[in-house]
Design a protein around this ligand. Structure first.
Ligand code: MN
Length: 426
């Protein structure tokens, strides 16, 4: 490891002094400086070009065909290749974008002239529940005396989500209809959800994965994470409340899940590793398959996640919350080790959601359910509007950034979705 002053530099691609000949990448506050280099799938707008892999650099996309990469229409092939290949490609891209070259100029496409697609074909999508603050906030709404169930501190709680309805940022989300029953109703009724919510999450994109029957040990788990995207787990709270027992979420969440188009790689995130969340005194020590010294020391990731709301009457997005993924009770490596501990096979392109990212502060809660105390305390927007849950025409925008003294700040772009009115009932 090279050192610059007292600042460790992970390798030359993380050097905070590195600049790109793509000028927009050097602007302060840019999500995609040369130290980031996230992958996505794009083509020119209104063209019949093949979908292919590119790298976000400033306000441009660098076509990976320039380096002879034949990606095909998803990143699944690249995800399957594994860490040595990812590192080698990252070094090549970093060189191509730092040394001025006329040759590479013609492989740039301005982002505003490009169409971005789902970065991976998602075979399976699992969602966890790893914020102890979120689990406690939500638990308290239902069980004031006993918010956290006894298994929470022993294993990462999760459920199998729906992969087919994962959509890329910018895709509208239709308000779901479903069965609901409030406590004062004798029987349920069917209609549009009245308590539509979002959940601020990250998702880990699986890399090589494991064969069926062969668990991934905790120590090797991060080699199976290709990168990270933003994920908004849209949730219909009224449908959820009626259907969730005894088997968990079903139609309350399978109508749409929005992810960001850019996969920020673990290499890009390396400077933002941090210790795992400090468990309270008296919390159980994880069982051996979920515990590793190095993972406790540096298995966390410091990623600031923000949620914004744009309404038809207030076109400037209003920030509703900001939390940090470093408050997650379980690390990504623990999620992978636990998920595969029974032999379940994870495959390239699978998504593993973090669960709602809520921190200890009231304005760090990653859902409206928490911010409005179950819909009891409406949020006042600067436009004078009030919101307990999402209304038709509202757009929810998730953003995230990583910042650390001595390192280039990187961002994730956004995961945005506007809610359309429910389909008319027949
Ligand atoms: Mn969720």
């Amino acid at each position: 490891m090279r050192k610059m002053g007292s600042v460790p530099i992970l390798d030359e691609t993380h050097d905070p002094g590195l600049k790109s000949w793509v000028e927009s990448a050097n602007a302060p506050g840019c999500d995609f400086p040369i130290q980031n280099l996230p992958f996505g799938i794009f083509r020119r707008k209104n063209s019949k070009e093949a979908r292919r892999a590119g790298v976000a650099i400033g306000d441009q996309i660098f076509d990976l065909a320039a380096l002879g990469v034949k990606s095909g229409p998803t990143l699944n092939g690249l995800a399957a290749m594994g860490r040595p290949a990812w590192k080698k490609l990252r070094r090549e891209i970093s060189k191509a974008l730092s040394r001025p070259s006329k040759l590479f100029q013609k492989h740039l496409v301005p982002m505003k002239r490009a169409e971005l697609f789902l970065p991976v074909a998602v075979g399976d999508y699992t969602d966890f529940y790893t914020s102890v603050f979120h689990a406690t906030n939500v638990g308290r709404l239902f069980r004031p005396d006993n918010p956290l169930l006894p298994n929470y501190k022993w294993l990462p709680i999760g459920y199998h989500g729906r992969a087919s309805s994962v959509v890329v940022s910018g895709t509208p989300v239709v308000r779901p209809s479903g069965q609901t029953k409030s406590p004062d109703q004798a029987s349920p009724s069917f209609g549009p959800s009245k308590r539509l919510d979002y959940e601020a999450e990250l998702a880990f994109v699986i890399g090589p994965g494991n064969a069926l029957g062969k668990p991934i040990p905790l120590q090797k788990a991060l080699d199976h994470i290709f990168g990270v995207v933003l994920l908004n787990d849209w949730s219909a709270r009224d449908i959820q409340a009626w259907e969730y027992q005894p088997l968990g979420p079903f139609l309350a969440k399978s109508f749409g899940t929005t992810i960001s188009p850019w996969v920020v790689t673990l290499e890009g995130l390396a400077p933002f590793r941090c210790p795992a969340f400090a468990r309270a005194a008296g919390d159980p020590q994880p069982l051996p398959y979920l515990f590793d010294e190095a993972d406790s020391r540096a298995g966390g990731f410091s990623i600031e996640v923000e949620m914004y709301l744009r309404t038809p009457k207030s076109p400037a997005p209003v920030r509703l919350s900001h939390g940090n993924y470093n408050s997650s009770y379980w690390t990504p490596a623990q999620l992978i080790a636990h998920h595969s501990s029974n032999g379940c096979n994870l495959q390239p392109g699978d998504l593993v959601g973090s669960g709602t990212i809520s921190g200890p502060a009231p304005d760090s809660a990653g859902s409206l359910l928490e911010l409005t105390q179950g819909g009891k305390a409406a949020l006042e927007l600067p436009s004078g509007e009030a919101r307990t849950f999402i209304e038709d025409g509202d757009e929810v925008i998730e953003r995230a950034r990583c910042a650390r003294e001595g390192h280039a700040t990187i961002g994730f772009g956004e995961a945005a979705g506007r809610v359309l009115a429910a389909r008319e009932e027949k």
